[in-house]
Design a protein around this ligand. Structure first.
Ligand code: UDX
Length: 439
């Protein structure tokens, strides 16, 4: 049987999941409470920058297999499998995650569930949430026992969302009975046929896999950035150090790029929510190291500002700073907790005249930080600059010609916040080149 799917919440995760499931041949309804978002998606317009996704969305709509709605009743009547894909942002002024959107989905959906179906949680949640939501579903659904919850965390990376959804590294499913496995084996058949490992486990383990993975990745980044701090003190070179470490297969080179550190909508808030939840469980000691991981990460931003100020001659007053990058990482227009914008705002607050350029995140940046200056190209952002900062490693910046850039700046000084440029090439073109963690 071919199941009919709904995707509840059409943000980054949901929009991607809905379009990808339609591309796999399923009939899909995407639901969101925001009518503007639904109208845009229904018109084939993607509110985010994600390579390859808009095409999939339009193909899905054209095939008739994909549509969007704001009606829970419609979604409930249609779906055999309901995927919950809403966000769990950090609470204001707290480390904990705000899971109110998840509760809202369950409370809105459940009263309309009058027949057998599966509800699959994909959002990143504090451990214990799935069981709580399962109890709520059972309580509020007219179909009672015929409605079952399973937890299937999502590991997609922004910029690779389509690829990661269609060809995941692994599929994790937290269950309390055997039924969800049978259904999900059919839904994810194409992935399983490629040999993707399927790990069947209980709710809390499935929930923990996701936060543990993000905690590990954050730790790996902060580890190499801690080494960068030591390298700076010892006049050593963290880029060579990282390269040498990477050949040890037990360590590996991925997520070992030293620089300005991690940002985005996931890693920072997930490690904080993880600490908060461990505290509630009385296991806070186990995760005190994540406090350090967070602190190392935030120190990189401060160090970047210090380095820039040093190159500016000790003060930003009267100084023009060209900033390359606004997105939290390349190939994304996401500026949530972006290290690049954090640095730009800080320099402006210290009196610098900052002009930012980013290939796709400019509109988002301008909306969030209207007081910063913006340029329409790297050359425009660097025009008249006393210091240029590379803060997001877009390929376009890596490919910059140091000669051409040198012609527009006031002084050939650059800080490479992502260790992405070839130092020799830039120095040979007369640039004073500095990078985090390098002599
Ligand atoms: C992350 C996880 O990778 C993904 O599995 C999860 O589902 C969501 O969170 P994402 O937020 O898209 O994905 O970004 P990711 O590619 O992990 O990068 C996170 C941050 O780390 C970026 O700011 C990036 O610039 C930084 N980073 C990454 C480094 O500073 N150094 C590295 O070596 C790698």
């Amino acid at each position: 049987m071919s199941y009919r799917l709904t995707v509840l919440g059409t943000g980054y995760l949901g929009a991607t999941h809905a379009a990808c499931m339609a591309a796999l041949g399923f009939e899909v309804i995407g639901l969101d409470v925001d009518p503007v978002k639904v109208a845009r998606l229904q018109a084939g317009e993607l509110p985010i920058h994600e390579p390859g996704l808009e095409e999939l969305l339009q193909q899905g709509l054209a095939s008739g297999r994909l549509r969007f709605t704001t009606s829970y009743q419609e979604a409930a009547e249609f779906g055999d499998v309901h995927f919950i894909c809403v966000g769990t942002p950090q609470k204001k002024g707290e480390y904990a995650a705000d899971i109110s959107y998840l509760d809202a989905v369950v409370e809105s959906l459940a009263p309309h569930l009058t027949r057998e179906c599966l509800v699959i949680g994909k959002s990143t949640v504090p451990v214990g949430t799935a069981q709580r939501l399962a109890d709520k579903l059972a309580r509020l659904s007219p179909a009672g026992d015929l409605v079952e919850l399973a937890w299937n965390p999502e590991f997609l990376r922004e910029g690779f969302a389509v690829r990661d959804t269609m060809h995941p590294d692994r599929i994790v499913l937290g269950v309390v009975s055997e039924k969800p496995e049978k259904v999900m084996r059919e839904v994810y058949e194409s992935m399983l046929a490629e040999g993707t490992p399927l790990i069947i486990t209980d709710y809390p383990t499935a929930e923990l896999v996701k936060v543990a993975a993000n905690a590990f990745l954050a730790t790996k980044i902060s580890f190499i950035n801690a080494m960068a701090e030591v390298c700076e003190a010892a006049h050593a070179d963290v880029k060579d150090l990282s390269l040498a470490l990477s050949f040890d297969e037990r360590i590996g080179g991925r997520f070992l790029n030293p620089g300005l550190g991690f940002g985005g909508g996931c890693l920072p808030k997930d490690i904080r929510a993880f600490m908060a939840r461990a505290g509630e469980l009385g296991a806070d000691q186990a995760l005190t190291f994540l406090r350090e991981v967070d602190a190392i990460n935030m120190r990189r931003r401060a160090r970047m500002v210090d380095l820039a100020r040093e190159l500016a001659g000790g003060s930003f007053r009267g100084c023009t700073v060209g900033v390359l990058g606004a997105a939290f990482k390349p190939n994304s227009d996401d500026i949530r907790d972006s290290p690049a914008l954090d640095v730009a705002v800080n320099i402006r607050e210290q009196g610098g005249k900052v002009t930012v350029y980013d290939p796709v995140a400019l509109d988002n940046a301008r909306m969030a930080h209207p007081a910063l200056g913006y340029g329409r190209s790297a050359l425009e952002a660097a025009k008249g600059a006393h210091v240029v900062l590379l803060l997001t490693e877009w390929q376009e910046f890596i490919d910059l010609d140091p000669e051409k850039l040198g012609e527009v700046v006031a002084a050939r000084k650059i800080v490479d916040g992502r260790n992405a440029l070839d130092a020799e090439t830039w120095r040979a073109a007369g640039w004073h080149y500095r990078a985090l963690g390098r002599p």
